[in-house]
Design a protein around this ligand. Structure first.
Ligand SMILES: Cc1ncc(COP(=O)(O)O)c(C=O)c1O
Length: 487
């Protein structure tokens, strides 16, 4: 027989654990408006004293309510009754200008990603200046995640290993993802979600479901190189729409593109687009949806960076999708772990087809992995992880910007309110593609600007990530980078 755990010892005569009783009492208080939206709950210490509970029990209950979207934790201030999160205001632009977009749009063309670019993509996907993997300490969130996944694996029932999971994915994980998104203002139902093997897989399914070879797809420029690879694979033609690294895709330019060519789908990242971390303002989002309806476009929303918001995660574009034509794709790769290979897609009017394509391309996802992540979310550990990570990312970003301000010459950098990287514009003579092999020789991996386009633009630009802490080794690599670029 299993040993009695501490948790089980806490179970009371009513069959409920103490944390469950507290959770119930607090939930009731919120429902009855004893505490109203935005109001602070009694402190952890007060709850411990007044209800005779341990700090761990109180924290557990609060974290669970947070995971259910009823509470919001504010660092050093306590827990507050959640109000619907607002859209974070758009950043004002690059640190010293540069939020402008390029004017010329080239006609649609097939994509041919060169071997050099493929090599750079392979190395730079790690978002690290140092060739990885590096032995950074595991953050507490990942340790907790590993415990949840381990527990789910140990609980596997005898026959599970002989059966595929539901192609749509594990119900408990879809439920948690739905709850998490409902808090952001997108009331999605679990049956509107399909679990995928990461966001790249979700984007692949979305493009396959909406396009035929030869169709034209509008993308951000600069934009995510992974989408360009997908377009090449699916023999789709790309049209690059000028995109500000502060406010996202230029809607006037898109309107013009749609007048000139028959575009089938548009891939956008309204929340903290790579490479510069742009946040699309509300007016642009509304215009995008209007244009989509007018021209019968499928919108493929890449939402992967939303949970890296440095303050509140913005509502997804999908939340405004009255016409059922926005396919939302996302994953845990940027907010939690790339190694999970777990993502999701909500396919709007194409959902049935997308679910079928998931079956065709992957059959099913790993059940115990999904259940482990679902437990991690239900427990409030995901929320706690995001809070810690937010602070860390803000610090990392500020340290990077402080260093970039010391670089000589006219250097401009985006100031993102989310995401993992800044976009840096260097003096026009700098060739970041030529600097790439020089950097590798000196142990510095750079992500040159031309990677983010098919038209050879942005050779004087590069993306620098702040996903990792600026320890002495990375600081040295950053200094080395300035010399590799011959600044
Ligand atoms: C914008 C964007 N979308 C999708 C992906 C792929 O994500 P995943 O690792 O979940 O497949 C990435 C990874 O770099 C990305 O930056």
């Amino acid at each position: 027989m299993e040993k009695q755990t501490q948790k089980q010892k806490q179970a009371t005569m009513s069959g409920q654990y103490r944390y469950q009783q507290l959770e119930h009492w607090l939930r009731q208080g919120i429902t009855e408006q004893r505490w109203r939206a935005g109001e602070r709950l009694p402190s952890i210490r007060t709850l411990c004293q007044e209800r005779g509970l341990s700090k761990a029990t109180v924290q557990h209950a609060l974290q669970r309510l947070e995971a259910q979207g009823l509470l919001e934790a504010r660092p050093k201030a306590g827990y507050f009754v959640a109000a619907k999160p607002a859209l974070v205001p758009a950043p004002s632009g690059l640190a010293s200008g540069g939020g402008e977009t390029q004017a010329a749009v080239e006609p649609p063309r097939l994509v041919n990603v060169s071997d050099l670019l493929l090599d750079i993509m392979r190395r730079s996907a790690a978002f690290d200046l140092l060739p990885g993997p590096n032995g950074d300490d595991l953050p507490p969130g990942i340790l907790a995640l590993n415990r949840c996944v381990g527990r789910a694996l140990r609980r596997q029932r005898g026959a599970d290993y002989q059966y595929y999971d539901d192609p749509a994915g594990d119900g408990s994980l879809r439920e948690q993802i739905a709850l998490h998104n409902a808090r952001r203002g997108w009331p999605v139902q679990p049956n509107q979600l399909c679990i995928t093997s990461g966001c790249q897989h979700a984007l692949f399914l979305a493009l396959m479901a909406t396009c035929q070879p030869g169709d034209v797809v509008a993308v951000e420029s600069p934009g995510f190189y992974g989408v360009l690879q997908l377009l090449q694979q699916l023999e789709l033609r790309v049209v690059e729409v000028p995109t500000s690294v502060a406010t996202g895709m230029d809607m006037d330019a898109l309107a013009d593109v749609l007048k000139r060519w028959d575009v089938r789908a548009c891939v956008v990242s309204p929340a903290f687009a790579t490479p510069g971390g742009a946040l699309m303002p509300m007016a642009a989002r509304q215009r995008l949806l209007d244009l989509a309806q007018q021209h019968n476009l499928a919108i493929i929303e890449d939402d992967i960076y939303a949970d890296t918001a440095h303050s509140t995660a913005p509502d997804p574009l999908k939340a405004l999708d009255a016409d059922n034509r926005v396919i939302l794709c996302s994953s845990f790769s940027k907010s939690l772990s790339r190694d999970l290979r777990l993502g999701w897609v909500s396919g709007a009017r194409w959902h049935g087809r997308i679910q079928h394509l998931k079956l065709v391309t992957q059959l099913a996802s790993s059940r115990f992995l999904q259940q482990g992540v679902a437990a991690f979310m239900a427990d409030g550990s995901y929320g706690a992880h995001l809070r810690r990570q937010r602070q860390q990312l803000r610090t990392n970003r500020d340290q990077l910007l402080a260093q970039l301000h010391r670089w000589p010459g006219p250097v401009r950098a985006s100031v993102p309110e989310g995401g993992l990287a800044v976009w840096v514009e260097l003096p026009g003579h700098v060739d970041t593609l030529a600097a790439y092999p020089l950097g590798l020789e000196q142990g510095v991996v750079i992500t040159p600007g031309p990677l983010f386009s098919v038209s050879g633009q942005f050779s004087h630009c590069l993306r620098i990530s702040f996903a990792h802490g600026w320890d002495a080794k990375r600081m040295a690599a950053l200094a080395q980078l300035a010399s590799v670029l011959n600044l």
